[in-house]
Every structure is written in structure tokens, then in C-alpha cells.
Design a protein around this ligand. Structure first.
Ligand code: TNX
Length: 736
């Protein structure tokens, strides 16, 4: 064969490329502290054997290889190639750390504790094809690249928190969740297990807590909330279920910290055991829109009940930390409660915040009596001294966490601006935004050490960080929990695990999109995909795919792209840019939100003069969100009424002049979130202003009218009780 220079150059280039690509094949999340790729590989197949003293980890790896591939490892050191996993408490490897050595004929994982051995196995799995996470994998042979890895976590606390009160998740989902977080070397599951909208843990001494307090609906003690609608909704975990899941988590190096949220956020208890609450007629709302949801501080019998509950908790959860809430207490309740006020006088207290401190100090005593440590949200530092061991969850802002550290309390950092995964991920996605729009990048940035100038002593009080999901908005769309957690939790995991100097967002994003999506997919997670960036300039729709290799599909009729929509090949020349929608697709089984060009108006609404009449009193309006907002045609604005709506409640929009239009979309609730909406009701419309025609029912807060004539008025009519103590209305979206 005649070898030309050009061919030779191609061969050399190809060899270089494959050497490089071998290196780039190692795309681990979270990034280990030290990785050396040594070249060559270890083949895992049926002739490979496994040995060592880390019994759980050995069985775990065997199971993964038999499910995610079809490889049955032999026991012992006799195989052609050997995997060895050992835990030696005397070894120099740090807590939860491990060394992983892959040589052509031997893989060794060494650690000083089982957590470390488990994480060594997790890293090893990430060196294998992504199918290893699937069920029913077919691979008979896997090549693992040769590496030397030394690894240990930056922070000892790496958390994921889930609220199961507002949205209930069956126990099977909790198991899945434990698996998912364990793959990311997260070691703490903070289980927010009670709140206003459902008590979800069986307490034998107080059976009504779950018989009644776990359910909401028309005939339940708790009214519908957060999309649960006019049907019975809820559920709880039995003590047997909890014990089993705690054990399952512990094997995967995860501690479960239970949280019973009190003294606020306690509607579920107070509706089932009413004497627990304050004796008053206070109708002020907590920030979450609940009334009379606070434990009374002045009734001594309450402390016995809490002690009884904690006694059962500590039997179920071996966790050193026990979380008893302390956040967002509506102290107006205490102001008008004779018991609380008498108690304040007796104790010489001047402000209600001292009642909170008193309550928290009683909680400390109860929890400490059982040999445990109290955890509370960052409000608990406000009222006075605390035990030095009492641990604070800094949530309101970075500063509030830092204040807790400066007060000398051990602190977990989960400031909303970086760590609240219930925040929306872009302007138009579902989610809260009180803290910020929380992007993947925001999560990756969190660094409580670098972002504060703590003294070395103070730094020791920074336990770690946590990604947290509150579930008011998780009733829909389906599997939204997975969408909110992943991949944002991967960023939190890396921020918690990997040393600061190794962190690089672009590199992380590359690993996520080019390798980790495949793993998440095989883990069975419906993760969020980013959408492309689209702008319209000089007659051209310019589309930037969100990552290298992303598949973008589009439509030209303003509908949502599907797997049969064409794949975008380049920019699009058009005079009708508002008709185009684009979405990113992963393997035709997962897609991003659909977007149009961001720099043009996608909808041309008409804005006729309109006036409002309704069944709500002026005094029921929230002053920050006045009625005039819904005649402004600013689609981000809304009118907020501070009460639940009932059958017969209505809002009528009357146009000064009848309006010619083809479609009117009537949205209720908060824009882009739809909570506080009309959950059971319909629209009516009128051509003359007096006779009304019945139109569609509201579905998730939205109803559409397609009129035949000019429209004079549109009416929202409630047919059932709405599902929050607040109701919101929006501007009409009227199309030509
Ligand atoms: C504040 S964070 C809360 C939760 C809400 C959350 C919504 C905290 C201690 N309390 O009750 O679900 O905001 O983002």
C-alpha cells in the first residue's frame, strides 16, 4: 500500500484523536479530586471475579452488573481478572473517601468506611456505559478505562430535601429518589414530612394525625390545596415503611433527617387535634396563605404531645439531627391568644419572638433528652440564645445562613437563590420566583465558604449544602419532581463534593450534556432539557442550540414541536417569525419547553378598554396586587383576592365597545404558575352585555372562548370551592 503523507498525517491525527477521546471519555459527576488516566482497560465479563470485605458494596456491584448488563461476577479472587473492594478503618483514606485503581487485570477500591467504598463503586459505575443504570441491560462485556483516582468529599453534609406534604409521593418514589441521590454521592435526605397541607408519618399515640390529617378534600378536615381539587387526596407512610426506607438509605450512605415542621406550618395537626392551636379568632394569614396554623406556646399539654411524637421519631430515625422546623411562624396568632399572652406576662416577655425562642428551647430539651441534636430553619436564631449544638438551615438568603454561623451555630446552607429547586428555571417555566430564577449555573455557583469571609473557626461550622424541593407546584405536569431536581441536583452535588479550585461550570455542563444525560435517562429520570436560544434579526430566525450535538426540532404553525417535527439544520429565513416554535430533543423521549424568538412579540393581543365587576369586596383585595392590574394588559400582572372562592363567586369583564375577535383565553391564578386559580368553574360570554352564553369549564385555571359575534362581556363563574385561601385573576388574552 502506498502511504501518502496526507494518509500518514491522517493516521497520526486519528491516533492522537483516539488518545484524546479516551481521556475525554472520563466524564464523572461529581468530579473527583484527583484522576489520572493511565491507558488501557479492564474487561468485565463472566470470567471476572469479585472479592473483599465490603459485603454490601460487593453485592450492590454484582447486582448492577447483572441488571444493567448481563454479567454475573464470580465470587473470590480466582477469576481471570479480579475486582476487590475493601474497607479498612485504619487506612489513611479520609471519611467517605476512596481510592479507585483500575489496572488491566485488577480493579481495587479501598476506603476507611462503607460510605467511601460505596462511592468508589459509584465512580466505577460512571466509568462504564450508561446502560449500567438500566434494568434488563444486555451487555456481556464492559471495558473500564484504566485510571487511578483519589477522592474524598469537600463537605461532610451533602443534602437533598423533599416536601411530601403539599404533594404526596408514594413510598416507591422515595426509594427511587434515594437511588438517584446516592448515585450523586449525596449523603443526606431531609424529609419534610409534615406541613399545613398533610401530615404524612404514622404516629401510634396520635392516630388521627394520619387518619384525618393526611387527607384533604371536600369532606376532610383539610380543604383542597395546590391542585388536589374536589376529591380526596393524600397519603402517609407507615412506621414499617419508614423503617425499611431508612435502612435502604443507610446502606447507600444516606442519613434521613425527618422534619416535623412546627410551631408554624401546622394546620394538619391543628385541624385534627384542635386544642393544640391557639384559642383565638385571629384571621391573619401566614405567608403561605394559611389561617390558625400555629401551635400554642402557652399550653403546657402541647409539650407532652411533642415529646410523645419525638419519642416515636427517634425510634424510626437513627439520625443525630432531628428537624423541628421553626420557619414562617405567623406570630399574630400568638398576639391574640389568651394562653400565649398570659404566658408572656408570667415570663416577663415583651415580644412574640421570645415565645418562638421559648418554644425552640423546649424543643432542644426534648430532642437532647433522646440523645439527639435539634435542627431548625434560620428564624430560630432571632429570639435569643440556643444550645451550641443546635443546627441551623440557612434558607432565606446567604446572609441569613452566614449570620447563623457568626452566632456560633453549625449551619447547613440552602439559600433559596442557589438551592431552592422549586424556583423556576427560566421566565416561562412553572415554579416559584420569590428567591430568584434558579438556573443550573446558579446551583453550581453556591459556595458558602468562598462567598463569605469566615474565620477558620467559623468555617468549621459550615456543615455543607443542600438542594431543596418544596412541592406546592408539583401537582403537574407529570413527573415534574424529576424535572425540578435533575440536573440541578447534579450541580449541587458537585458543589458539595468537589474542591472549589477544580470547579468549572463549562466543563461541568459539557459532562452533563455529553455523558450524564445518558446516565440520568438510564436511571429512569425525566430530567429537564434546556431550550435553544432564538432571535429574529434581519428576516432570519437565528437559533443557537443549547449544547454541542443538541437536536432541535421546530414547527412553523406555532404548535409545540413533537418527535415528528423536522430537525433544524440551520437558521430560517422567514417573514412570519411569530409562527415558529423550537424545542430540544433527547433521544426522542424527552424534550425541552418550546420557545419562539425571544426578541419579538409572539402573540398579538388586542387591548380594548374594559371594566370589572365582581363578587369580591374591595377590602378583600391585596394592596400590592390591585384589581386595576387586570385591565392593564400587562400579562405579568394579576389581581389577588385574599380569600378562597366559593360557588357563585364571579368576575365580569365588560368592554366599553363590543370587541371583534376570534379567541379569548381566560387565565386565572398567578401568571405562569396557575396556582390560586379557578379549579372548578366555567366561563360565560355575552354579545349584548345582559344575556350570557355558557362556555368551557376551566381546566387548570384556563378556559378558552371562540366567539361568533362581537363580544361585550366575559364572565368567570366558580362552581366549586377553589383550592387556596387566595384567588387570582389575570388580563384577558384577546386575539384578532
Ligand atoms: C418557604 S423555606 C418555605 C416553604 C415554602 C417555600 C416555597 C421554608 C423554611 N419555608 O414553606 O414551601 O418557601 O419556596
Amino acid at each position: 500500500m502506498k502511504v501518502t503523507y496526507r494518509l500518514l498525517a491522517a493516521i497520526i491525527f486519528g491516533a492522537l484523536l483516539s488518545a484524546c477521546s479516551q481521556k475525554t471519555e472520563i466524564k464523572l459527576v461529581p468530579l473527583p479530586q484527583e484522576v489520572t488516566v493511565t491507558g488501557g482497560s479492564f474487561t468485565v465479563d463472566n470470567s471476572t471475579s469479585i472479592t473483599g470485605n465490603a459485603e454490601f458494596e460487593i453485592n450492590y456491584l454484582k447486582e448492577k452488573l447483572s441488571n444493567g448488563a448481563s454479567i454475573q461476577l464470580k465470587d473470590g479472587a480466582e477469576g481471570k481478572r479480579v475486582i476487590e473492594i475493601n474497607v479498612d478503618p485504619q487506612s489513611a483514606v479520609g471519611k467517605e473517601g476512596y481510592t479507585l485503581s483500575v489496572l488491566p487485570d485488577k480493579i481495587s477500591i479501598a476506603a476507611s468506611d462503607n460510605g467511601g467504598a460505596f462511592y468508589g463503586v459509584q465512580t466505577l459505575l460512571q466509568l462504564m456505559p450508561a446502560e449500567i443504570y438500566s434494568e434488563g441491560g444486555k451487555l456481556g462485556k464492559i471495558k473500564v478505562p484504566c485510571v487511578e483516582i483519589e477522592d474524598a468529599p469537600r463537605f461532610g453534609y451533602r443534602g437533598a430535601g423533599l416536601d411530601v406534604s403539599r404533594t404526596f409521593f408514594p413510598i416507591e418514589t422515595i426509594y427511587d429518589f434515594i437511588d438517584w441521590i446516592s448515585y450523586h454521592k449525596i449523603n443526606t435526605f431531609h424529609w419534610h414530612i409534615t406541613d399545613d397541607n398533610g401530615w404524612r408519618i404514622e404516629i401510634k399515640k396520635y392516630p388521627l394525625l394520619t387518619e384525618k390529617g393526611a387527607w384533604r378534600g371536600p369532606d376532610e378536615v383539610l380543604p383542597p390545596a395546590y391542585g388536589s381539587g374536589n376529591k380526596r387526596y393524600g397519603g402517609f407512610y407507615t412506621q414499617e415503611e419508614i423503617k425499611a426506607v431508612v435502612k435502604y438509605a443507610a446502606e447507600r450512605n444516606i442519613t434521613i433527617i425527618p422534619e416535623i415542621d412546627m410551631p408554624g406550618h401546622s394546620k394538619a395537626v391543628i385541624e385534627t387535634y384542635p386544642h393544640v392551636g391557639c384559642t383565638n379568632k385571629d384571621k391573619t394569614m401566614s405567608v403561605n396563605g394559611e389561617v390558625n396554623n400555629v401551635w400554642c406556646v402557652g399550653k403546657e399539654s402541647n409539650y407532652q404531645m411533642i415529646d410523645d411524637i419525638v419519642a416515636e421519631l427517634v425510634e424510626l430515625f437513627p439520625s443525630k439531627l432531628i428537624h423541628l422546623g421553626g420557619d414562617e411562624v405567623n406570630m399574630d396568632n400568638w398576639k391574640s391568644c389568651p394562653h400565649c399572652q398570659a404566658f408572656m406576662r408570667k415570663m416577663g416577655m415583651k415580644k412574640e419572638i421570645e415565645l418562638l425562642n421559648y418554644f425552640v428551647r423546649r424543643m432542644e430539651k426534648i430532642v437532647n433528652k433522646y440523645g439527639r441534636v435539634l435542627v431548625g430553619w434560620d428564624e430560630i436564631i432571632k429570639g435569643g440564645e440556643l444550645e451550641p449544638s443546635t443546627t441551623v438551615y440557612g434558607w432565606g438568603s446567604m446572609k441569613r445562613g452566614a449570620n447563623a454561623v457568626r452566632e456560633g451555630q453549625p449551619t447547613v446552607f440552602l439559600p433559596g437563590q442557589y438551592c431552592y429547586l422549586d424556583m423556576k428555571q427560566s421566565e416561562f417555566e412553572r415554579g416559584h420566583n420569590w428567591a430568584a430564577i434558579v438556573t443550573l449555573d446558579s446551583c453550581y455557583k453556591i459556595d458558602p465558604i468562598k462567598m463569605n469571609d469566615f474565620t477558620p473557626e467559623e468555617e468549621k461550622l459550615v456543615l455543607g449544602i443542600q438542594g431543596n424541593l418544596w412541592c406546592e407546584l408539583l401537582d403537574r405536569p407529570e413527573r415534574f419532581m424529576e424535572y425540578q431536581f435533575f440536573p440541578r441536583l447534579c450541580a449541587i452535588a458537585e458543589a458539595a463534593w468537589t474542591n472549589a479550585e477544580l470547579k468549572d461550570y463549562n466543563d461541568f455542563y459539557g459532562r452533563i450534556t455529553s455523558a450524564h444525560y445518558d446516565r440520568l435517562h438510564n436511571m429512569g429520570i425525566k430530567f429537564r432539557l434546556p431550550f435553544p436560544e432564538v432571535v429574529y434579526e434581519e428576516g432570519i430566525l437565528k437559533v443557537t442550540p443549547p449544547y454541542e450535538g443538541a437536536v432541535v426540532r421546530y414547527t412553523a404553525d406555532a404548535s409545540e414541536p413533537t418527535t415528528s417535527s423536522p430537525v433544524l439544520k440551520g437558521n430560517i429565513e422567514t417573514a412570519e417569525p411569530e409562527k415558529y416554535r423550537f424545542a430540544t430533543f433527547y433521544k426522542d423521549c424527552n424534550q425541552s419547553m418550546a420557545v419562539g424568538a425571544s426578541n419579538i412579540e409572539l402573540y398579538h393581543y388586542i387591548t380594548p378598554e374594559v371594566s370589572i365587576e365582581s363578587s369580591y369586596k374591595e377590602s378583600e383585595s391585596n394592596r400590592s396586587f390591585p384589581m386595576s392590574n387586570i385591565t392593564s394588559y400587562n400579562m405579568k400582572k394579576y389581581w389577588r383576592v385574599n380569600r378562597r372562592s366559593y360557588p357563585g363567586d364571579f368576575v365580569t369583564y365588560t368592554f366599553t365597545e363590543p370587541v371583534e375577535c376570534s379567541k379569548i383565553t381566560v387565565e386565572t391564578g398567578v401568571p405562569n404558575i396557575t396556582f390560586y386559580s379557578c379549579t372548578e368553574g366555567h366561563v360565560e360570554y355575552s354579545y349584548n352585555g345582559t344575556d350570557f352564553i355558557k362556555g368551557d369549564e376551566f381546566v387548570y385555571g384556563t378556559a378558552v372562548i371562540k366567539p361568533q359575534e362581537k363580544v361585550k362581556a366575559v364572565k368567570i363563574v366558580f362552581d366549586g370551592m377553589s383550592d387556596a385561601l387566595i384567588t387570582s385573576f389575570q388580563n384577558l388574552r384577546i386575539e384578532k
